[in-house]
Every structure is written in C-alpha cells, then in structure tokens.
Write a protein that binds this ligand. Structure first.
Ligand code: GLA
Length: 667
C-alpha cells in the first residue's frame, strides 16, 4: 500500500447496500454492525440509477443519510463511484455506449457492467458522477477511501464496436508510431495481412481462420489499458476534490480472471485491494487463497485490503458449496497472514431480490440465529485481537515470475499444445512451496531480484530482452534460477526466438532443443529418477548442463527431462516436462534446499505456516487445515494473540483452527 487507511487496526466490513432495503432496516444494521465489530463498509457501488434519475438531475439525499448514519455509529465509509452500473436512461440516450461482442452482437442493458470501455458518452457520464460525489463528500467525516467503480472488466473486458476500433487504432499509433513498424511487429506479410492504412485495422473480430497472434496480444494489452484509463480519469477527478483521501479499485486476482495486466494497474492505486472467491470444485482452495494473497501483496508492495470474499456460498458457479466448519475463519485469517490489513465481504445483508439473492452475506437470510452470523461475530473479535499486525510485511527468499502478457500469448490458439494453462502451471509449482511453508513473492520478470536467493519461472512463454537479461544475470551473479518448459520462446512481439529452444534461456540453461514433443492427455513417459512426465516433452541436447532425470520410454528415451547447469557463480535448472506432482515436489524441494531457502517453520502436514514481520515482533500464523490437532514449537516469550495467552515452548492448534503467535523477531 503506498498510502494507508485512516483507521486503526485491521478494517472489517463488507459491501453495504442499504438503498436496497426500507430505511427501518438501517437501524438494525447499525446495531448488528456494532455487535460484529464492523469498522468500514463499502457503499454506493450500484446506486447510480437512484442518485441521477435523469441526465444531470441529482438526488443525494439518501446517500447523505446513509453516510451521516454511518458516521454517527462510528463506521467508516469506503465510498464508491457507482459507475459499474449505468442506469437505463443512459443507454436509451446513448445506445452506442452498449458493448459489441466478438461476433458483432450489440448487448443490451438490464444487468451491470454492460458498457463500452471506450465510449466517450460513458466516460463523460462517469466523470460527471465522480465529480459530483467528490465535491459533495470530500470533507464528509465518514469517508476514508474512494472505491472507484467495481471490479473493472468483470463483465466487459472487451468491446469490439467501431468506437473501440477507433480507440484501438489510436493506441496502436501511440505504440508503433508508423504502420511499417506495426506491420513488422505483427508479421503481416503472413496470409496477406499487410495494412496500408490505419483505418484498415480492426479489433480481432470473429474471422474464418486463426487471427494474427500479435494482433490478438496487442488487443489484450489495449483492452487492459482502456479500462485503466477510465480508472485513472475517475481517480484524478476524486483526487482533485479530496487530495487526502486514498483511492482504490477492487482487483480480481483469482482463478478465473485474467483480463487486466495488474502490474500496470497497481502503481495507479493509492491502496491495492482485491476480491477473492473460492471455486466449489477446488478441494484445496486454501492454496488458491495463499497464491492470490501472495500475488496481491506483491502487486501492492506490502499490505493490502481484501475488499470482497464470501461468508458462505456464492451464486455464480454451477453448484455453489457452503463453507465447512471453521472455513470462514481460516479463509479470512489466511488473507491476513498474506498481508491483508482489512477483511471485507460481499455483502453485509443477504439480498431478498435481484440476481444475487442466493449469494451468502455476513447477515444471512436466516438472521442472527445462524452459524454464519456467529462466525462473523467471532471473526470481528479475532481481527480486533490482531490490530498490532497491521502494516507488517512478509519477507521472502523465493520469487516466482508472473506475467500477464506471457500468459495471454501462451494461451492464444494454434500453439504446440492447447493444454497449457498459465495459472495451472504456476499453481503446480507454488503448491509444493506452500506445503513446505516457504514464503514467496511474485515478481515481474524485469523486477529487482536482489532480495531473493531463488527465482522460479514456471511459465514465461513470452519474454523481452531486458527481462531475459535480468533473469539470467541473477543466476550469473550467484542466484538459482529454475525455468519451466515453453518459456523464453517468443519476444515481446510474439516472434519465435530462433536457433533452438528455449530461445531466450538456452545459453543460461546450457541446453538446446531442436524439436518439441508435446504429450497427449494420458501420455506419461517415465523418468530415470522415478515418476513421470506429463503435458510436454522436447528433444533437449545438453550444451554444458547435466541431466538430472531422463526419459526411459517413448520417442525421447534417453533424452534429458530435467537439467542443471552452473552459470557464472549461480545455478540454473530446466524443467523440460511437467513432472507428476510428487516428482515435481521432490525436485522443487531439492532446488530450494540447494539454494539455501528454508521454510518459515516446519509444521505437521496441512498446517499452513506464514510469517508477517513487524518492527518489533514476528507474527506466525498457523492455520490447521487437517483433521488432527497440531503442536508447533515457538520461541520463549511468545504470546498467542487470538486468545491473549502467553505460551511456553509450543502452541496447540486444534483441527480446523488458527493460531497467531507473536514472537521476538528471529532475523
Ligand atoms: C463480485 C462483485 C460483487 C458481487 C460478487 C458476488 O465480486 O464485485 O458485486 O457480484 O462478485 O460474488
């Protein structure tokens, strides 16, 4: 967080939509928020239609009452600009602000986030609304943060209309300056795609065969930037009105969302916040929480806020599972462990009507005589007990590269294998580290790597020259670099790096591959050191590296599947297949042990250990995901913060429970 919230301790609350309820209900909301220990709520997210009944006519009376009521009850407001859901009248007056999909279908209004991100009419209307709110509430004592829009791009990351086409061309002119440069970057001599006039360039609309890869990649970059420019414009208007009030927008660093390049977004936010939801079918969603939390903390460069998650089931998956006993608490405290200085839910009170009537909330349909409510109240007490953790950060010795450009490029059609998913590859490398209790940061490939001993590159299909030099120099100067298959293959324009694979990393890895042999589902060649490869294989030739394990069957019998190389004063590893999970875990354990990386604490299986380090103390979070109680050794003088009990020698963590231990700093 570049700025911090003017609120003590760990913020607690959720989206609060009182406009959806009769005002008699509000008094009960205030009473129950006090009971739960709520300190901050996000308001006004979807209120545009009520605030501006017709263009330029405003009615802020209800919002005035809401903010005054919150202030009177000591609850801070994260005040949203309601620009994620323009009212019906707006679209009736500006039908061309409705988005067009890839097949040329113009969508209709009637839900939310159905507008074209490049529409001048939308931008003007959104900025007018932000200006009105900024002027009116800049000095309102309840307002501690601006919540700009809501989940940019959640439903409208791409619009293929003519207005977007125009904006895309302007973006391309900015990037390439000349058509000649664009034609070369896109390789448009292929399939007669050469452009002679900027006006000939369109968004990658539905076409008969595979569109140009660089065209598609630039489109993704443009779409992310188009939404970012809306965020920047709204936040500038708010900053002009209230320079002291920090602004955020809620990211969606989650299993299903990859439309925005959040490395480009994060510096534009005063405070980074994120929304996280569980996938019902993920049997170990605690790993997804950890991965997402580490990624958000890395984007923020420190503490961040969890803006939304769910107390129970969501309503937008095929089957929406409820949380099991203790899961709400484990989930929330796991986010705190990964750097969240605020915990908030969608939403405060479960809706009676509307498309989200079957979504869980802090106050369920059943009311206060419910397990969720009891858990919500208990969590409020937990967060109060953790107030001193606020602001502390998490030291890591391992960095994992994360790059949206590369993930977009690798998942384009017509690849050697259509089976590769960036997030799955990263998670498969992340999991063994999570199980071992090793802390990691995520980094851009061109980040400063000096704080780390080990840099993991599970998937980096696209890499520019600067990042290549950054990563290989890290190894040359003594670091350990481990690279996964299908990395370093193309440059920033998506052009193949010639002379043998894995192009950019060939020399540093001491290998050269002349042909790729992607594996079909079910094809699992065995390895000399045990285990099997899946997904991918390639004909690797050693050029200085040693083979760590090789294929014992199939067309590549005898060919190395994993290699290790001395490079400068460091070490490089190439993992040229996707080993089965046990083999990958053994390999990554060896790589990190050789690199001198230790876990934050050794714990029994499925007891997650995470460290936050404050100026005067370490905070060890222990989350027991197992069915058995665990005993973990602690330092002399340690205190368990959730119970306030001093500890002597160890802390007990019952099955499904959490302990947070304050210890003297160990560094
Ligand atoms: C998103 C939105 C919320 C709500 C939740 C439901 O995160 O920001 O408004 O729709 O999903 O899970």
């Amino acid at each position: 967080m570049t700025r911090s919230l003017k609120l003590p301790g760990i913020a607690y609350g959720g989206d609060y939509n009182p406009e959806q309820w009769p005002e008699e209900v509000w008094a009960e909301d205030m009473r129950l928020m006090a009971e739960a220990g709520v300190t901050m709520v996000s308001v006004n997210i979807f209120s545009w239609a009520l605030l501006e009944p017709s263009e330029g006519t405003y009615d802020f009376s209800r919002l005035d009452r809401i903010l005054d009521m919150l202030y009177a009850h000591g609850i801070a407001a994260d005040l949203a600009t309601p620009t994620a859901a323009p009212p019906a009248w707006f679209f009736v007056e500006h039908p061309d602000a409705l988005p067009v999909d890839q097949d040329g279908r113009r969508l209709s209004y009637g839900s939310r986030q159905t507008f074209c991100p490049s529409s001048p009419a939308y931008r003007a209307a959104a900025l007018r609304m932000a200006g009105e709110l900024g002027r009116r509430y800049a000095d309102h004592p309840a307002v501690v943060m601006w919540h700009v829009h809501n989940e940019y791009g959640c439903h409208n990351a791409e619009c293929y209309c003519d207005v977007s086409a125009e904006a895309f061309r302007a973006w391309l002119q900015d990037r390439y300056a000349s058509l000649d440069a664009l034609n070369h970057a896109w390789g448009t001599t292929f399939w007669s795609q050469w452009y002679y006039d900027w006006n000939q360039i369109l968004p990658p609309r539905a076409t008969g065969a595979v569109p140009n890869p660089t065209h598609q990649l630039d489109w993704r970059r443009f779409c992310s930037d188009a939404l970012l420019s809306l965020y920047e414009a709204e936040s500038e208007v708010l900053r002009a009105a209230a320079p002291e009030t920090p602004a955020t927008t809620n990211f969606m660093v989650n299993f299903s969302f990859e439309a925005l390049d959040y490395w480009r977004w994060a510096p534009a936010l005063d405070i980074v916040s994120n929304d996280h939801y569980l996938r019902s079918t993920d049997a170990e969603s605690q790993i997804d929480i950890a991965l997402s939390g580490d990624l958000v903390r890395s984007l923020a460069g420190g503490p961040w806020l969890l803006m939304e998650h769910s107390t129970g089931a969501v309503n937008w998956q095929p089957v929406n599972r409820a949380k099991t006993a203790g899961e709400l608490r484990r989930n929330a405290l796991a986010h705190v462990a990964r750097g969240a200085d605020g915990i908030a839910y969608f939403q405060w009170r479960a809706a009676k009507a509307g498309a989200e009537q079957w979504h869980s909330a802090m106050l369920p349909h059943a009311g206060t005589d419910s397990q969720i409510w009891r858990d919500v109240v208990r969590l409020g007490a937990d967060l109060r007990a953790l107030a001193e953790v606020r602001g502390s950060t998490t030291p890591a010795q391992v960095a994992i590269t994360w790059d949206w450009n590369s993930s977009w490029a690798m998942e384009l059609p017509s690849q050697p294998s259509g089976e590769l998913r960036f997030l799955d590859l990263v998670r498969s490398w992340y999991e063994p580290l999570w199980r071992a209790g090793v802390q990691v940061d995520f980094v851009r490939p061109d980040a400063d790597l000096s704080p780390y001993r080990l840099v993991l590159v599970p998937s980096l299909y696209l890499v520019d020259d600067e990042s290549t030099a950054n990563l290989t120099t890290f190894a040359e100067r003594g670091g350990t670099l481990a690279v996964g298959f299908h990395s370093g293959m193309v440059d920033a324009n998506c052009h193949v790096r010639l002379g043998g694979y894995p192009g950019a990393f060939r020399e540093a890895l001491g290998v050269r591959t002349d042909e790729l042999f992607p594996l079909l589902p079910g094809q699992t060649p065995t390895l000399t050191e045990g285990g099997t490869g899946t997904l991918w294989s390639e004909r690797v030739r050693l050029e200085g590296a040693e083979a760590v394990t090789s294929y014992t069957d199939g067309p590549l019998t005898g060919v190395p599947a994993v290699t290790r190389n001395s490079y400068g004063t460091g070490t490089t590893w190439y993992i040229a297949t996707h080993p089965d999970p046990t083999t990958l875990a053994t390999l990554l354990d060896r790589i990190r042990t050789e690199a001198g990386v230790a876990p934050v604490r050794t714990t029994p299986a499925d007891v997650e250990a995470v460290l936050r380090r404050g100026p005067d103390a370490d905070y060890l979070f222990l989350i027991n995901h197992s069915d058995e109680s665990a005993e973990v050794p602690v330092s002399p003088g340690a205190v368990e913060l959730l119970t306030g009990k001093p500890l002597s020698g160890s802390v007990g963590v019952p099955a499904g429970e959490v302990a947070v231990v304050r210890e003297p700093r160990r560094d």
